[in-house]
Design a protein around this ligand. Sequence first.
Ligand SMILES: Cc1cc2nc3c(=O)[nH]c(=O)nc-3n(C[C@H](O)[C@H](O)[C@H](O)COP(=O)(O)OP(=O)(O)OC[C@H]3O[C@@H](n4cnc5c(N)ncnc54)[C@H](O)[C@@H]3O)c2cc1C
Length: 403
Amino acid sequence: MTPSAETSRRVLLSGLGGLGISGALSACASTAPVTIAPSRPLFLAPAPLAPLRLDARLITRTTVCLRPFRAAGPRIEVEPVGDKRVVHNYGHGGSGWSLSWGSAAIAAAYAMQGGTREAAVIGCGAIGITTAITLQRAGAKVTIYASERLPESRSARASGMWTPDSRIADADKVDAAFPAVWERMARLSWARHQTYVGLPGEPVSFLDRYILADAAGPPKPPSAPERERKEIRFAIYPDALNDIVPRSRQLTAAEHPFPVASARRLTQMQFNVADLAERLTTEFLREGGRIETRTFHSPTELSTLPQPVIVNCTGYGARALFGDDSVVPVRGQIAWLPPQPEVRYSLYYNGVSVIPRPDGVGVQGLRGGDMLGYGDDDETPDRADAEAAIARAATLFDRPARA
Ligand SMILES: Cc1cc2nc3c(=O)[nH]c(=O)nc-3n(C[C@H](O)[C@H](O)[C@H](O)COP(=O)(O)OP(=O)(O)OC[C@H]3O[C@@H](n4cnc5c(N)ncnc54)[C@H](O)[C@@H]3O)c2cc1C
């Protein structure tokens, strides 16, 4: 390790630089009463941050997932198919985990109309499992039919963050009611996810996230080729949840140890997908649910099921199963490094997102913005891209520390 890298790692490890932690400690040891002037804000020095080991030689796996994007937003509606009532619940783009419970509540309400006591759910990703549990709680006996169980589904390859308006729709293609429906889904989901916070295994937790940039001020406008590719104005609702979701804050140089010009911090909800998947599956089975491995090749095959009501939660699979070309793949890849339980923060820097989870440290290249991977259904891992993303983020830890 170079001396500068060593210095940088030491600064991150101590996290406090010259911020006066020893002063704070000696103040605690003093017997003299301490008075805090009411007009001065109480400033607590930041906790030390453990350094990330961003080294491509440590890659344990590279996962690829397709976001099921629909310009009009998720399809949640009833369609009669033969003698069955099919309730669609698919097309959640980059927000499937985040919006799962709210979307499930809307779909389950449609499914339960008419007093259904028995329902089938097709699909066992984030949307299928939460829909199945919601139906159970509404009093239905539920069977899930799916090609893959939750750990093998595309949902298991998500980064696992609260991203309720990530590639959720095209702002120019949604109907007038969509923002309100989206907000309802987001609020319901936010509340329900919190019932899993604080449980063993931390299926849902909150973690500080640092948005780091070398230049102060707003990000540079996209270069010409990037601009030309931006045909879609993705729907985002940055302020809609301000009353319930923690807001980000620009940090002063004294409040963080990173050697960059600009740092914002937000406290973000995170899904520890492996643990959450296990917990949700156990919950569903414990309540009497059944999971059957089965692949459907056309909607007519649904008539062979005994249940009168079927909720279609096939995600990107709906494109083939229901011939719905409005579902467009948006490819995303994550390179995984060995877990670092001592790292309790995530970050975004230099077009790379780094997320520590109990099952590994995920590194996701995001250069190209929300259009990255649009229309690409190739699920083959790209090793060179994974290594490039890790190298870009690693520069943060391999440069001289901020003085
Ligand atoms: C790189 C990446 C990172 C992401 N990060 C996040 C994030 O941080 N937060 C977030 O909220 N979202 C994130 N997403 C988006 C999220 O992964 C999706 O929105 C979500 O997985 C969609 O879930 P789903 O249940 O609809 O689909 P899937 O997980 O694809 O599940 C579909 C289910 O249907 C079954 N199925 C499909 N077709 C058939 C068939 N014909 N017959 C029988 N069964 C069938 C499958 O086997 C599977 O069980 C990310 C996506 C990517 C690509």
